[in-house]
Ligand binder design. Structure first.
Ligand code: SF4
Length: 226
């Protein structure tokens, strides 16, 4: 049966619906989705905010992104920022030196190979150095409205806790979720589960007492809960 141990497809629609209602009331939206709304789905801004957010909390990344986007909203503009200035702008977030190098090389590749425009296929996005599946899928779904499942740590953790899948890697989770959800729902998954994972189903001690999808949860691997 592959990485899918159980397929509770009948629960999946209710899970998405309950999360939408719950998070809608809390007006909770992850950073990349807020930027997408604010900057009219500018693909380069979405790509850069994804890259800067890797291994960095939204609360640290948001002000850095805003400062950077004041200076550059296109690959060409970003290439015009001197490296030491770029490092200074993104210094508050982790791995800022490495991320500055990635931002420069990603921008150069987009200018050289794609005419300055972020490409809109998975294959082309993955050909850009520093862009992995998670980032590529988020750019496709958020910037271009192309169905794609972006699996980050929250998505991977929560679906395994629910017991809907039993997977070891984000790659396996992506494959399992693609079987569990119809294509038209793929792009909803990341926004809902990241916001939920940041606020309720947190890595340690999730708030199960205020969980809108508890009906479907086996709480697999949850040692402590509130
Ligand atoms: S019941 Fe607890 S472990 Fe399960 S999804 Fe809700 S918060 Fe997460």
């Amino acid at each position: 049966m592959g990485p899918l141990v159980e397929t509770k497809k009948e629960d999946t629609q209710r899970i998405l619906k309950n999360l939408k209602v719950y998070l809608g009331k809390k007006k909770s939206s992850p950073m990349v989705f807020s930027f997408a709304k604010f900057f009219s789905k500018n693909p380069f801004i979405i790509l850069v905010s994804c890259l800067l957010s890797l291994r960095s909390k939204d609360v640290m990344t948001i002000p850095v992104c805003m400062k950077l986007f004041d200076l550059a909203k296109t690959p060409k503009e970003l290439l015009n920022i001197p490296v030491d200035q770029l490092e200074e702008v993104i210094r508050p977030i982790g791995f800022f030196r490495k991320k500055a190098i990635v931002l420069k090389s990603v921008s150069a590749q987009i200018v050289d190979e794609f005419g300055g425009k972020v490409p809109r296929t998975e294959e082309e996005l993955l050909s850009i150095g520093g862009v992995g599946r998670k980032t590529a899928n988020l750019v496709l779904s958020v910037a271009f409205d192309i169905p794609a499942i972006c699996v980050d740590v929250h998505v991977h953790r929560i679906f395994n806790r629910l017991g809907l899948i039993k997977t070891k890697t984000p790659g396996q989770t992506e494959v399992a979720l693609a079987k569990l959800f119809p294509k038209k729902k793929w792009s909803e998954i990341n926004e809902l589960f990241v916001a939920f994972g940041q606020n309720v189903c947190t890595p340690t001690s999730p708030i199960c007492s205020d969980c809108p999808i508890r009906f479907a949860c086996e709480q697999r691997g949850v040692a402590r809960r509130r």
